[in-house]
Design a protein around this ligand. Structure first.
Ligand code: MG
Ligand code: MG
Length: 255
């Protein structure tokens, strides 16, 4: 069931979104050569707590996972596409890092992700990161009253496929609200003009995940969480939680 939010609820969701934006900014600021992913997680957790947020991810336990998620951020390095558990790995110059996090504030969740490199990106990484980000904003631009969900999905997929990137199979965005994952599922590929009609008050996380090697396949880490590209190529992931409003799409997780 798709739960539409009232304007007052969207105001509350904006609070959660601002905390998520602060968490991601802190992660980018702290990510440097020699810093471990666990240390990065601790930095973000402190920023979240100071802002009055609770983690959407910590202890999250969907049916598909063998154990609850043990951290505040997902930290996915290089060929890890999403859901990396932040452990002892220390970042190196040239790593491509995707950080995804969520916060629960005033009864609602926010969910967003960014990708960046440690130090200067290679031309290939710069293009992968930029193209994935462009796909996010192309999807957001389609999140308008009267459009259909397929318009969002189509805008995202077209950008990735045109460039020859793979899309992480079976993964995409989702409704966000009192639960982190609500209906509808938001595929990263689809047919324009098809699917759910978008109404004011719909809140969705839009999250393209592109794989440089061009294939959609992935392998799951032994921990049951991390998803790596099957071909070992690098991946990027960008995400915002957005609201469909009479005035157009509003990015709730903007800084
Ligand atoms: Mg996320
Ligand atoms: Mg999400």
């Amino acid at each position: 069931m798709v739960d539409l939010k009232t304007p007052a609820e969207l105001d509350l969701m904006r609070q959660a979104g601002k905390v998520v934006a602060a968490m991601l900014a802190a992660a980018k600021e702290a990510a440097a050569p020699g810093v471990s992913l666990r240390e990065l997680d601790n930095v973000v957790a402190e920023v979240m707590s100071a802002a009055g947020g609770k983690s959407s991810f910590l202890h999250y336990h969907p049916h598909s996972a063998p154990t609850p998620f043990p951290a505040v951020i997902c930290a996915s390095v290089n060929d890890m596409v999403v859901h990396g558990i932040p452990g002892d790995y220390r970042l190196k110059e040239g790593d491509l890092l995707s950080v995804d996090c969520g916060a629960h504030v005033a009864g609602f969740h926010g969910d967003a992700a960014i990708s960046f490199t440690i130090g200067e990106p290679s031309p290939e990484d710069a293009e992968l990161i930029e193209t994935t980000r462009n796909a996010l904003y192309a999807g957001i631009a389609q999140a308008k009253v009267g459009n259909r969900l397929g318009d969002v999905s189509h805008a995202i997929g077209e950008i990735g496929r045109t460039r020859g990137y793979g899309l992480l199979a079976y993964h995409g965005g989702h409704g966000v609200g009192r639960r982190m994952h609500e209906d509808p599922h938001v595929p990263n590929e689809g047919r324009a003009g098809r699917g759910l009609k978008l109404k004011a008050g719909l809140v969705i996380a839009i999250e393209p995940m592109f794989i440089a090697g061009g294939r959609d396949n992935y392998v799951t880490e032994p921990d049951g969480w991390g998803l790596r590209s099957a071909d070992g190529s690098r991946a990027a992931h960008w995400e915002h939680t957005i609201a469909v409003t009479p005035d157009g799409p509003v990015i709730l997780t903007a800084p």
